[in-house]
Design a protein around this ligand. Structure first.
Ligand SMILES: Cc1ncc(COP(=O)(O)O)c(C=O)c1O
Length: 398
C-alpha cells in the first residue's frame, strides 16, 4: 500500500513512520530548487549554503544538467558496462581532460565510499601490499573498508568488525606518517581538507612530503576529493593546485558534485595504477550508466560555461572578508566554498538561528565550527543576505 501525503504535516509523519530514523532532519519539506535557493511546500524559501552536503555544486536543478538528463532518458536509461556508450565516452574523456595530466584513466562507480573502496583495492593490486594509512579526523564513507579508514569520532565503531590493516596517522604531521610507512603499506589515503572534522587544513609542504615519502617507499597516494573535487576550492581539484604545492596523487576519488545530484562516483588514476588492473578486477552494475554519465558531462560543462571556478575564487574572497568583519567569528579556515567558521559558542545554535532566518548551513564534528558548502554559483548579494542573517542569529545568542 502506498500512503499519500496530503499536507506538509502528513509528509513529515509518513516519512518518520516508514523511514528508519537515522538522519537528524531539518524541518523543511523541500519542493523545488533553483540556483542557491530551496523552496519549501510551506511557501518559505531557503538560501542554501550547504548544497545538500556539497552535492549541488552547479546549483539546484541547473537547466543544462536537467536538459541533458531529459534528453538521455528519452534515448536509453541504462545499459551496463558490457556495451559501449556515447554518453560514457563523453563523460570519461571530459573528466580526464580536466584532471591533472598524470591522471589518464577513470573508473566510474556510484558513491564516495565506493570510490574509496575501489581506490584502496587498486592500491593493493598495484603494490601487492595490504595496509592503508589514513588520518585522525578523516572521513571516507560507511562501507567496510572505507569506514575502517575513517578515524573520525564513532565511525570505526559503527563499522565493527573493522577491516584489518588500517593505520592511523596525524593530519599535517609527516613524522607520524613516516613512522608507519613501512613495506607493508599499500596506500596513504587522505581528505586534503578534512571537512567533517571541522574543515581542517594542512600546510602545502605536508602534501609535498607525502608525495616524496610515497615515491621513496613505493606507496600509492590517494586524495579523497569527494568534497574538494569539481571546483569546490576554486580549482577543478585540490590535487595539482597551489594549496597542495602542485602535488598530484596516484588516485583521486570523486563523488558528490560530479553528477549534480545523480549518484556518480569515480576514481581518476595514473598509468602506473591502471596498468595493474585487469579485466574483472573491479566492477559495478550501475557505475557508468547512461543517466549518470549524461549528468556528469553536463555538470562539468555547466561549471565551465558559467565560469564557476572564477566565481568561487571571487565570491569566497568576499565571503571571507565579510565574515572577518564579524567580531564573534573567531577564525575562518578552508578554501573556496569549503569553509569552516569558528565561533566561541556552539555552532549548532548558530545553525538553528540561521535556519529560522531562512539560511541552510552545516555543522561538523567540531562543536564550534559551522560549515559552509554552497553551490559554486553563489553571488556576492547572497553573501550579504547570509551575513545579515548570521549577525541576527549571533545577536540572539547574547
Ligand atoms: C570526504 C568524503 N569521502 C567520502 C564520503 C562518502 O561518500 P558517500 O556518502 O557518497 O558514500 C564522504 C561523504 O560525506 C566524504 O565527505
Amino acid at each position: 500500500m502506498t500512503v499519500k501525503a496530503n499536507t506538509i504535516q502528513d509528509t513529515v509523519a509518513v516519512e518518520d513512520r516508514y523511514q528508519i530514523a537515522t538522519y537528524k532532519k531539518m524541518s523543511i519539506v523541500a519542493e523545488r530548487g533553483e540556483g542557491v535557493w530551496i523552496y519549501a511546500y510551506d511557501g518559505r524559501k531557503y538560501l542554501d549554503l550547504y548544497g545538500g552536503h556539497a552535492v549541488a555544486a552547479t546549483g539546484h536543478s541547473h537547466p543544462h544538467v536537467v536538459q541533458s538528463i531529459k534528453n538521455q532518458s528519452e534515448k536509453l536509461l541504462f545499459y551496463s558496462n558490457l556495451v559501449y556508450s556515447e554518453a560514457r565516452a563523453r563523460a570519461a574523456s571530459k573528466l580526464v581532460s580536466i584532471a591533472p595530466a598524470q591522471l589518464t584513466k577513470v573508473f566510474f562507480c556510484n558513491s564516495g565510499t565506493e570510490a574509496n573502496e575501489n581506490a584502496m583495492r587498486m592500491a593493493r593490486m598495484t603494490t601487492g601490499r595490504e595496509n592503508v594509512i589514513s588520518f585522525a579526523g578523516g572521513f571516507h564513507g560507511r562501507t567496510a573498508d572505507a569506514i575502517s579508514a575513517t578515524f573520525l569520532g564513532k565511525y570505526r565503531d559503527i563499522g565493527k568488525p573493522n577491516v584489518p590493516g588500517h593505520l592511523q596517522a596525524e593530519f599535517g604531521d609527516i613524522e607520524s606518517v613516516s613512522a608507519l610507512a613501512d613495506e607493508t603499506v599499500a596506500a596513504i589515503l587522505l581528505e586534503p581538507i578534512q571537512s567533517m572534522a571541522g574543515v581542517r587544513t594542512a600546510a602545502p609542504e605536508f602534501f609535498q612530503s607525502l608525495r616524496r615519502l610515497c615515491d621513496e617507499r613505493g606507496i600509492i597516494l590517494i586524495f579523497d576529493e569527494v568534497q574538494t573535487g569539481i571546483g569546490r576550492t576554486g580549482e577543478w581539484f585540490f590535487a595539482g593546485s597551489e594549496a597542495s604545492d602542485r602535488v598530484v596523487p596516484d588516485i583521486i576519488t570523486l563523488a558528490k558534485a560530479l553528477g549534480s545530484g545523480i549518484p556518480v562516483g569515480a576514481c581518476l588514476v595514473n598509468d602506473k595504477v591502471a596498468s595493474h588492473i585487469k579485466e574483472n578486477d573491479l566492477g559495478t552494475t550501475f557505475g557508468g550508466g547512461m543517466i549518470a554519465m549524461a549528468a556528469t558531462t553536463a555538470t562539468l560543462e555547466a561549471v565551465e560555461k558559467d565560469r564557476m571556478l572564477e566565481n568561487v575564487r571571487t565570491v569566497s574572497a568576499y565571503l571571507e572578508k565579510r565574515l572577518a568583519e564579524i567580531p564573534d567569528v573567531v577564525s575562518i579556515h578552508g578554501a573556496g566554498f569549503l569553509l569552516g567558521v569558528r565561533f566561541g559558542c556552539k555552532a549548532a545554535d548558530i545553525h538553528k538561528g540561521l535556519l529560522e532566518r531562512g539560511v541552510i548551513t552545516g555543522t561538523s564534528s567540531d562543536p564550534n565550527v559551522l560549515r559552509l558548502l554552497p553551490p559554486l554559483c553563489l553571488k556576492a548579494e547572497e553573501v550579504d543576505l547570509f551575513v545579515d542573517a548570521l549577525q541576527a542569529a549571533i545577536d540572539e545568542q547574547v
